[in-house]
Design a protein around this ligand. Structure first.
Ligand code: GLU
Length: 461
């Protein structure tokens, strides 16, 4: 897919190769004494491009982790950051582990040991390499990593910025947990504002009433489905999970199902009449929007032909294989590519990193000032109207909304929305504006590779 985009660009062959390859991958193998014996774990941190530093990208805990996978995902981070203008190069880490097989205390020991290996090589460092959550990791692991870094760099005042996705009371930022799902929602809203894009997908109207099937009700899928349902009026007709899927054309209750999964470990038993054991078949069900939000490669040569959704938004990294991408493009399916669709996570990570470096919460200085200026206007309007004998009263609801200054969460959402809109327009301009570009993914690559290339060229490389 990268090559297809590069083929449409005018880059020197040397620069092409420089951008394509992964700069470095570090493999660590370490032992941890657990349950009376030493267990050896294998982990990676791969750096794809250092055209900007620090490099950025999550750390995943999964049995599927391999060097190839981590390198591919690191490359995707480079393109993702470039597209949404987060000032980072691309990196990714992974630990080959089944996190469900260990209890919390054991996981803490393993995570801290992995972090130690990376920190002592500056592969975790606020100015050089800043990890974040990914599949199988979350706030808890990030808090352990940050603490480990601070134990090893006791005088680094910027220690908190060594990792993002931390809990709010360990240096995190409001809105980071929901960020990737929120970004998927903003990406869809941006798409639904693009009349030419909608025409290409053969869709009309807005998100209200659109039938959505989501694969994976983890952090990303859950938030995306919840926001689309509760705030945009979409109908979640299908949810695919590890042990099967639920299907109901009248719509599913995302919140209730999430709670069910947390309590029962899977979907089975939730509403038997709607339960399908072979969950993957639901990817092929008729719907308006398909959201793969779990593993990579789930839409592949085996099922691409049978996909009925006219619009796929890649909330996961790499859910559509290159072969399937070609089949779907030829069928006229519009795919909102991962590097854009799930960039909400890294975008808010960027805000968190800035917050950590500036040592102040967003909104702390300006919020009350904003409120008092709004109050001045409201009071003045009411005074004027009573002077003239009109006695207009602004509605309490309007007043309450207008008077309230933005706190950190509002600012984070606003920054994310702005980022997603600008990035969408940059892709769409290429998609609609060039005769030789027929899909959003190629457009996204053209924009992001163009930015990476410009950065190398500016440095004289
Ligand atoms: N793991 C997420 C991703 O794949 C977030 C990365 C980050 O926040 O640095 O984009």
């Amino acid at each position: 897919m990268v090559n297809r985009a590069i083929g449409l660009m005018d880059l020197s062959p040397g620069l092409e190769e420089k951008i394509r390859v992964c700069n470095a991958t570090y493999t660590v193998r370490f032992g941890v004494r657990l349950r009376g014996q030493i267990h050896t774990f294998t982990g990676y941190r791969s750096v794809h491009s250092e055209h900007m530093e620090p490099v950025k990208g999550g750390i995943r805990f999964s049995m599927g982790v391999s060097q190839d996978e981590v390198e591919a995902l690191a490359a995707l981070m480079t393109y993702k950051c470039a597209l949404v203008e987060a000032p980072f190069g691309g990196s990714k880490g992974g630990l080959c582990i089944d996190p469900r097989a260990w209890d919390e205390h054991e996981l803490e020991q393993i995570t801290r040991r992995f972090a130690y290996e990376l920190i002592k090589r500056d592969l975790i460092n606020p100015s050089q390499n800043v990890p974040a959550p990914d599949m199988g990791t979350g706030e808890r692991e990030m808090a352990w990593i940050a603490d480990q870094y601070k134990r090893m760099h006791t005088t680094d005042i910027n220690g908190n910025a060594c990792v993002t996705g931390k809990p709010i009371n360990a240096g995190g930022i409001a809105g980071r947990v929901e960020a990737t799902g929120r970004g998927v929602q903003y990406a869809l809203r941006a798409f639904f504002r693009d009349q030419e894009g909608l025409k290409k997908a053969g869709i009309s109207g807005n998100l209200d009433g659109k039938r959505v099937i989501v694969q994976g009700l983890g952090n990303v899928g859950y938030h995306a489905a919840k926001f689309l349902r509760d705030e945009d009026g979409s109908i979640i007709t299908g949810i695919i999970e590890r042990d099967g899927a639920l299907f109901n054309p009248a719509g599913l209750d995302v919140e209730e199902i999430r709670t069910w999964i947390a309590e029962h470990g899977g979907l089975a038993g939730y509403a038997d009449s709607n339960f399908v054991k072979d969950g993957a078949v639901l990817l092929e069900e008729d719907c308006d929007i398909l959201i793969p939000a779990a593993l990579e490669g789930v839409i592949n040569l085996q099922n691409a032909d049978r996909i009925k959704a006219p619009l796929i938004i890649e909330a996961a990294n790499g859910p559509v294989t290159a072969g399937a991408d070609e089949i779907l493009r030829n069928k006229g399916v519009v795919m909102i590519p991962d590097m854009y669709a799930n960039a909400g996570g890294v975008t808010v990570s960027y805000f968190e990193w800035v917050k950590n470096l500036s040592h102040i919460r967003f909104g702390r200085m300006g919020r009350r000032q904003e409120e008092s200026r709004h109050e001045l206007i409201v009071n003045e309007l009411e005074r004027l109207s009573s002077d003239k004998g009109f006695n207009w009263e602004l509605s309490p609801d309007f007043k309450q909304k207008y008077l309230r200054g933005a706190g950190e969460l509002e600012l984070v959402r606003s920054g994310l929305d702005d980022t997603m809109r600008i990035a969408y327009d940059s892709m769409a301009n290429v998609w609609h504006g060039r005769d030789d570009v027929h899909d959003l993914r190629t457009a996204a690559y053209l924009v992001s590779i163009g930015k990476v290339a410009a950065s190398y060229q500016a440095k004289g490389l």
